[in-house]
Structures are given as structure tokens and as C-alpha cells.
Design a binder for this molecule. Sequence first.
Ligand code: HEC
Length: 120
Amino acid sequence: MKTRFSFLLLLSILIASCGGNSGSDTTLDKASSPKEVAPPPRRQCSRGRKIFRTYCITCHGIDGKLGLNGAKDLSISILTTEERTLQVTKGKGLMTPFEGILNADQIQQVVEYTESMIAK
Ligand code: HEC
């Protein structure tokens, strides 16, 4: 009971925080139908952004371009997902190793978020 309630609560917060999509009634109806539960891309989008804003903007800036403490401009990074994951996990140069701070799931989400910053 309790878990289910927190899940729904979390879901609606996540939906609300990513993309400013109004018409929450229809979104909620869809989400609670058995076929379409918690669409993963949306979830990662907002959670990755939140993690980035908490832990990464001090050096990388809100748009990834700040470059403080020798940080690289994330909007032009050519690193692969594996390389990013490794660098966020183990750190490099002045960049903090995040393995004791974020779990593997959170690292994956924040890495996906950094990939969404690449100028297209
Ligand atoms: C203390 C400052 C600092 C913080 C906080 C920080 N970084 Fe970095 N970041 C750096 C530095 C410095 C580099 C460049 C390291 C090098 O190549 O020598 C870097 C490089 C990177 C790169 C590789 C870019 C490239 O193309 O080489 C990624 C990806 C990255 N950071 C992601 C993150 C993420 C995600 C977070 C938050 C979880 C984060 N960083 C937090 C300083 C920081």
C-alpha cells in the first residue's frame, strides 16, 4: 500500500517536473493504465537533470559549458557513454569521483542527461 502510493506520488512529481506538460489528467490516466506504466525516457530526463543540477553545475555550469576548475565543455564532448560513465564514476583530474556519492543508476541517468546537452 505505502510503496504503491509513494510510487504514484513520485511518478506524478517526475511527470510534472519534466517538460512542463500541462493536462495532467490525461497523462495520469495513461500512466495508470496497465499497458503504459512509467515511460522510462521521461523519468531519466528529469532525474538526470536534477542530479546534474545538484552535483555537477559547480564546475560544468547549468548548460555544461562553464568549465570551472578545468572542467570540459560538455556540450561539445565527444566521449562515448562508457567513457562518460567511467569518468563520472572514477573522476579525472580535478573532477570528483562520484562512486561514493551516486549509485550506478544515478550515474547512468546523469550521464544520459549530459548526452542530451550535446549541441546538435
Ligand atoms: C570539481 C569540479 C567538477 C565537478 C563537480 C564535476 N566535474 Fe565533470 N569534469 C571536471 C573536470 C576538471 C573535467 C576534465 C577532466 C580532464 O579531462 O582532465 C571534467 C570532465 C567531465 C566529462 C568529460 C568531458 C570530456 O569530453 O572530456 C564529463 C562527461 C563530466 N565531467 C561529467 C560530469 C558530471 C555528470 C558531473 C556531476 C555528476 C560532473 N562532471 C561534476 C570537473 C568537475
